[in-house]
Every structure is written in structure tokens, then in C-alpha cells.
Design a protein around this ligand. Sequence first.
Ligand code: ATP
Ligand code: MG
Length: 422
Amino acid sequence: MEVKIKAPRGTQDVLPAESYQWQEIERIVMEEASRSGFAEIRFPTFEDTALFQRSVGDTTDVVQKEMYTFEDKGNRSVTLRPEGTAGTIRAVLENGLLGSALPLRVCYLTSCFRYEKPQAGRLREFHQFGAEMLGSASPVADAEVIAMVQRILTRFGLAGAVRLEINSIGCPKCRADYHAALRSYFAQRRDELCATCQTRLDKNPMRILDCKSPVCSEIAAGAPVGLDYLCDECAAHFDQLQRHLKAFGIGYTVNPRIVRGLDYYTKTVFEFITDTIGAQGTVCGGGRYDGLVQELGGAPTPALGFAMGLERLLLVLRASGYEFQPREVCALYLASMGDQAHLAAAGLADALRRAGVRAECDVMGRSLKAQMKYADKIGARYTVVIGDSELAAGKAAVKEMCSGETADCTLSAEALAAFLNQ
Ligand code: ATP
Ligand code: MG
């Protein structure tokens, strides 16, 4: 019996016909990050479960509902990373990176895993480009990080398709008052809240604001907003951030409803949102997390960062008609007839590749006609046919496939490479 195994629900294969688009996205985001002083960091796909419970937060949807957690054969509880910040900070602390020049700027391209209901723009394995800046408490840092995202979107021609929304959710100091206000508001409608939110009411009422259930979000729409409860320091920080954004010429709106789904955020939170790809329109989310480094055992260190969902970015790019650089195709196909010519073609293909040319020759034992059909199928730019007489003459006719024009060229890797590059 034939068993057909399919890709797990909520995962995606990236096939050769589109992988070049991913490569372009990854190249551009990393290039922009590097210009802003961010260096790449890589960290494990799975971590100790406690890392995410402590950082992302016990009462968040991510930890309560979405994590891929399992026991390994050594009875340790491990979790596939649902996001990149926790692993980054863990690695930074474990390797003492805060001991060198501050601010520390690191970035990553990574897959994340969340057990969610798969739909357009929402997968169980998805990919993020993220960046974190550690050491600065200044609102200039917030503006700088936001400006980097803006530059990336601008490079992709998306400045008009994606808008920036910002908010401040305050610090633990001002949050006490805000939590109290939220508690008394939600307590009046306790029975209508979903079961999860009823438990959140005591522990972490702000999480109710991020609940996706329709009833909870309807109730949350009338809840008190955090901006009204900011302490002087947080209010000044938010004010300064806005002054800097204006100085950078970055348009934004203040949306007091943005709270973000992870517990570690403080003060600034922001989202880049589009209306062009349906309901899952948040392309990028981020903010400040001044308490996280200490929470994970480091010295108190202000920090902030963001993560951009690459599947969603790709959807926006396609919706906007973004033109990816065309996929590289075979530059020269070396067709051959006869044993000597097969050998020569294989040798030339190898030498051309060493010279940096995308060259191919027959590896299927095909007839000349079938070789030419293949060259056409793969879109080879040039072809050359090598037979005994070409070998004897030491030259052959190179044909440009789109025009049909031919020109004689010496049968050496140097001459062919020079011909193709002219
Ligand atoms: P959402 O509100 O859409 O669930 P989130 O607040 O859970 O997003 P973050 O944890 O801030 O998202 O992750 C940052 C970015 O990663 C999001 O803005 C989004 O672009 C992307 N992202 C998050 N979850 C998924 C997912 N399941 N599938 C695809 N992309 C995702
Ligand atoms: Mg989510």
C-alpha cells in the first residue's frame, strides 16, 4: 500500500520557482540591518520551555495556546521557538555580549513555530526577520529602529502600502494604576468574557485587550486606554519618540488599542499594518522591553526590537506588483554528439563554472535533438553544439537563443566566458 505523507498542516514548501524571491527579501533586509549596525545572531530552534514562559509570559496566547512543547528523551521540557527575542536575549546573556560596546545591535532571520489556525498570512511554521537593540533607554533608539523598518519597506516600494501605528503601554510603575482600571472595567462584564480571559482578569488584565475572541474584543473596545495612565517619564518618552519620528519624516498614527501579544513589552509598542493582504495585515510588530534582560537573569538593561513576518511581507510584495530581480538562468548549454565531444563538453562546463559561469551539459545520455529541447525548456541564454568537426577545428558556433544569432567562438573556457560576458 502506498502511503502518501503530506507536509504538516500550516507549513509551506518554498519551491525553486519562488525561492529566489525569498533570497532577495533576505538579502535586502540583512543589507539594511547591516547599514544600521546590526550584526546577525543565530540561536537554537528549540529552547528550554521555561525561557518562553518567563519572557513571552505565562498568560499570553502564545504560551497558553500556541507553543510546540514536548519532552525530549531526557525528560526535559523543550519548546520550538515561537519568536526570536527570547532566544536572542538568552544567547546574548549566556555569551556575555553586553560586556562589550553598547548599544548592542543584533538581528536574525529565523523560523518560528506556533500552533495556530492556519489561514492566509498565518502559519504554524513561519519566518521572521527581527532586530534587537540593547543598552539604550533613549527614545532616539525607538525612532531609529522604527526608521530602519521604514527604510526596508521603502526599498521594497511599500511606503504607501503599509502604515505605522504606535502606542505606549507604560512601565511597571504606571501599569499598576492601569491594571486596576482595567480590572474594574472588565469585572462588570466578567461572565461574558471567554474562559481564558476570566483567568487573565486577576493575573494580567491587559492580555484581555489582545484576545482574538469576538466577544472579548467587543468588550475590550470600550476599555480604558493605557495612554491615559502613563507616568511622567513614560509620557515624556512617548512624546520624544513622536518628535523624532517627525524629524525623520516618518508618518504614523497613535493607536491606543495596540498592546502586542507578548508580555515583555514596556513603553513604546508599534505595528506596521497593511490593508492589502486581508485580515492578517500586521507585517511587523515590535517595541521596547526594558525589563526582559533582567527577567532573564542579566543586569537591568533597557532594550527594544521588532520582528517582521516574512510570509506576510511576501504577500504584500506580490499584492503590490513588486518586481523581483529575475531568476538566474543557465548562461550556456553545451550540447554534444559523440564520445569525445561528451567528454569535452563536460570538461568545459566544469571549467566555465570555475570561472563563475552558469553552464550545463548533458547528463542524461540524450540525443542532440532532446538536448536542445531541454536547453530551451530551462531557458538557457546561449547554446553551443560540439561534435567531432568542432573539436577538430577548436571552435564552434555559439547561438543566442532569443535572437537565433550565431557567432564562432574558440572552444576554451576562457574564450567562452569572455564571449558570454562581452
Ligand atoms: P498576530 O496578531 O497576527 O497574531 P502577533 O502579535 O502574534 O501577530 P508577533 O508575535 O509580534 O505577532 O510576531 C511578529 C510578526 O510575525 C507579526 O507581525 C507577523 O507578521 C508575524 N507572525 C506572527 N505569527 C504568525 C503566524 N502564525 N504566521 C505568519 N506570520 C506570523
Ligand atoms: Mg499571534
